[in-house]
Design a protein around this ligand. Structure first.
Ligand SMILES: *[C@@H]1O[C@H](CO)[C@@H](O)[C@H](O)[C@H]1NC(C)=O
Ligand SMILES: *[C@@H]1O[C@H](CO)[C@@H](O)[C@H](O)[C@H]1NC(C)=O
Ligand SMILES: *[C@@H]1O[C@H](CO)[C@@H](O)[C@H](O)[C@H]1NC(C)=O
Ligand SMILES: *[C@@H]1O[C@H](CO)[C@@H](O)[C@H](O)[C@H]1NC(C)=O
Ligand SMILES: *[C@@H]1O[C@H](CO)[C@@H](O)[C@H](O)[C@H]1NC(C)=O
Length: 141
């Protein structure tokens, strides 16, 4: 939530810099979106951890589909781009458990409007597969 707020603020300020008035909308994705994660894995050397996973999202009339690989260092504050740069991820060690908090963001442009969707899940590593349910979708138009 907090990250989304930061992102929203950043996006809105860039929008106002452009000098045009645009509106931010927030909604539950419709139809509902579920992203499939496979081959989730983490690897740590003396406290520095990296992650690796495949993620695919089916396209809907409102959302482009994707299928890409995400690799990066855990514990970053900013979303790190995946192979397909419309997809980005933050992977954090989950507090008080041996799980990983996996946060994924999908951004896309449709006409003049910009959209993004975010979802998260708590995963154990290595995990063959798990789902991420998209919680919120945002649009600026
Ligand atoms: C996870 O990554 C480590 C380091 O790259 C590798 O040794 C291990 O085989 C991987 N595990 C799975 C299940 O892919
Ligand atoms: C995700 O997996 C489910 C079954 O586990 C499947 O029905 C669905 O089509 C998959 N979606 C994608 C985008 O691969
Ligand atoms: C994603 O791509 C991989 C390899 O390119 C393929 O094996 C897999 O079936 C694809 N998944 C979907 C949901 O398209
Ligand atoms: C992940 O675990 C944290 C507690 O460690 C919880 O607050 C959060 O809701 C969980 N997220 C999901 C998507 O289940
Ligand atoms: C993932 O979601 C699909 C529906 O989209 C469901 O059929 C499948 O059982 C779920 N898989 C897991 C591992 O939860």
């Amino acid at each position: 939530m907090q990250l989304t707020t930061i992102l929203t603020t950043a996006l809105l300020s860039s929008v106002s810099l452009a000098g045009t008035f645009k509106t931010l909308s927030k909604s539950k994705p419709s139809p509902a979106l579920t992203w499939n994660v496979t081959n989730f894995n983490t690897s740590c050397t003396s406290g520095d951890c990296t992650y690796n996973f495949h993620i695919a999202g089916q396209g809907t009339p409102n959302t482009p589909g994707f299928n890409t690989t995400c690799t990066g260092a855990t514990g970053k504050e900013d979303y790190q781009p995946c192979g397909n740069e419309q997809i980005s991820a933050i992977v954090d060690p989950a507090k008080s458990s041996s799980r990983w908090n996996v946060e994924v963001q999908h951004t896309w442009v449709k006409g003049e409007a910009q959209f993004w969707a975010v979802g998260s899940s708590n995963a154990t590593a290595p995990a063959k597969r798990f789902n991420i349910t998209v919680d919120e979708q945002y649009g600026v138009a």
